[in-house]
Design a protein around this ligand. Structure first.
Ligand code: DGP
Length: 113
């Protein structure tokens, strides 16, 4: 399995604007933001996409959501943000290391398109 860009960010081989880190997750700014705040919340464990996760990942997946809420609170964004997970090429996933987009800082329309 070849390393993704996100694995290189986890391994600190590639720079990123990291806003939060713990033993099992990392949060950094998206290089191509679609809103004033656009963060990526990723597990350090390599899971290509959410449909590859298993029962073993239950706690990890819950942790990622808790981190999303904590980071949003710290940034004062707790009232308005959107979490997005693209799963598979057909859903515009381009980096095959599971990640949650946290998008905020502007009015968010629905449906997302
Ligand atoms: P997705 O389309 O859901 O797979 O989103 C991948 C996101 O990753 C996309 O919004 C751009 C971002 N991205 C790609 N390469 C890099 C990088 O090298 N650094 C950072 N910070 N973000 C990246």
């Amino acid at each position: 399995m070849t390393d993704t860009i996100f694995q290189k960010i986890i391994d600190k081989e590639l720079p990123a604007d990291i806003v939060y880190e713990d033993d099992i997750s990392l949060v950094f700014k998206d290089i191509n933001p679609v809103a004033p705040t656009h963060l990526l919340i990723i597990p350090k464990k390599r899971i290509e996409k959410v449909s590859d996760s298993t029962k073993e990942d239950e706690e990890l997946l819950g942790h990622l959501l808790l981190v999303a809420g904590e980071v949003a609170r710290k940034l004062g964004l707790e009232d308005t943000f959107r979490l997005v997970i693209n799963n598979g090429e057909g859903a515009q996933q381009t980096v095959f290391h599971l990640h949650i987009h946290l998008i905020s800082g502007r009015k968010l329309s629905w449906p997302p398109g």
